[in-house]
Design a protein around this ligand. Sequence first.
Ligand SMILES: Cc1cc2nc3c(=O)[nH]c(=O)nc-3n(C[C@H](O)[C@H](O)[C@H](O)COP(=O)(O)OP(=O)(O)OC[C@H]3O[C@@H](n4cnc5c(N)ncnc54)[C@H](O)[C@@H]3O)c2cc1C
Length: 395
Amino acid sequence: MPCYDPAVGPLPDLVVIGGGVVGAATAFHAAGAGMRPLLLERRPALCTLTTPASTGAFRLQFDNEEELRLVRESVDLFLNFNEITGQERYNLGIRQQGYLWCTAEEAGARRQERLVARQHSWGQTDVELLDGGEVRRRFPYIGETVLQARFRAGDGFLDPKALTLGLAAASGAEVRTGCEVTGFEVSGGKLSAVGTTSGRIPAERAVIAGGPFSGVLAARAGVMLPVRPVIRQKVVLPDLPEVPPGAPMTIDDDVGTHWRPALRGAYLLFTDPDTPAGEPLEDVPTDRRFAFRLLDPASPTAAARISPFWERVWARGSAHWLIQAGQYTMTPDHRPLIGESEVGGLWVNTGYSGHGIMGSPAGSRILIDCITGATGDGNPFRLDRRFERRERDVL
Ligand SMILES: Cc1cc2nc3c(=O)[nH]c(=O)nc-3n(C[C@H](O)[C@H](O)[C@H](O)COP(=O)(O)OP(=O)(O)OC[C@H]3O[C@@H](n4cnc5c(N)ncnc54)[C@H](O)[C@@H]3O)c2cc1C
């Protein structure tokens, strides 16, 4: 039984593989360019792997201008979501409460000054540098050890599930769940069909948006992508009266521990640079020691280092918490991979390296522009770029 029956309508112009935020955003922009996308997801429902495990945060504080521009465009879509997408059903629940990066070290303060000067030179002049006194005046829960912070009030967080489902609905794409892509047919170096568990789909154009599985998928067409999945965990504390509900995303810029208000409590995270890359996983395991590394005030990565109220949470001992996990799809320079592979017609939209919620709405527009020819060679995220190592990025 073929997965796509030509008798029910014309073949899709674009097969999009993966029903997370990247696949949904790809389908949305494809439809906007006049294409008829078909969205394939092997799980029983859209948005059930990495995207729902995310923190849903967005920021215009980056260390490179290309990603800053990318997220600026995404944020414009977030802030005008209903108007741009025509969707009334999905509410992104946007909370622009800011991103506050705190440092307790002199070297960290100098690093922040250099970075903010660069951000201003890229036109992001609303990023503020606050000295310790000003930080505590505006955010009284910040401890005495903090010397300085950088802050942008317009940064914030949203509901990644509403974003994904809203984009998918707005695309009008035909969605097939429970449909796994098993291979590709290539003839003369060009894509001719996509193989699935439900049959063969003749197609000259497809996009790999399989999140952590993108490398495995591309390998089925003989394409090797420079992507590695890395496990990232998130402690969810659903009910925590100590957390100020209006607080920004609050980051310890020296070690990378961060938290933000969520539910009636907080999400608490840490991006451990020592986590090794591994294989893509359907069920990402959690490790309770991760929570202790953030909650126990004696830990060098404790949230209490810069926000002392976390000591009270620990001392009280009665807070409920659970851990969620997903995988970042990392590239060597931690920037996305957007463009055509060496197989003609087989496109890639992945590798957001922990920034897919905020990056992929605009990244998918770039991809569709590349497909339609609207972007010349002005795509800084193309697959054949030179990968330069990043000096430092804690999230
Ligand atoms: C703990 C954590 C916190 C994060 N916080 C943030 C944040 O605050 N802000 C931010 O911007 N980003 C954040 N991220 C990153 C963000 O979640 C990801 O970049 C984004 O969700 C990736 O989306 P995706 O669509 O590529 O992947 P996914 O959501 O994983 O979707 C890929 C889909 O492809 C499907 N698929 C795979 N193989 C096949 C196949 N063969 N056939 C059919 N379907 C297939 C999968 O089943 C899956 O549903 C976070 C990530 C984690 C883990």
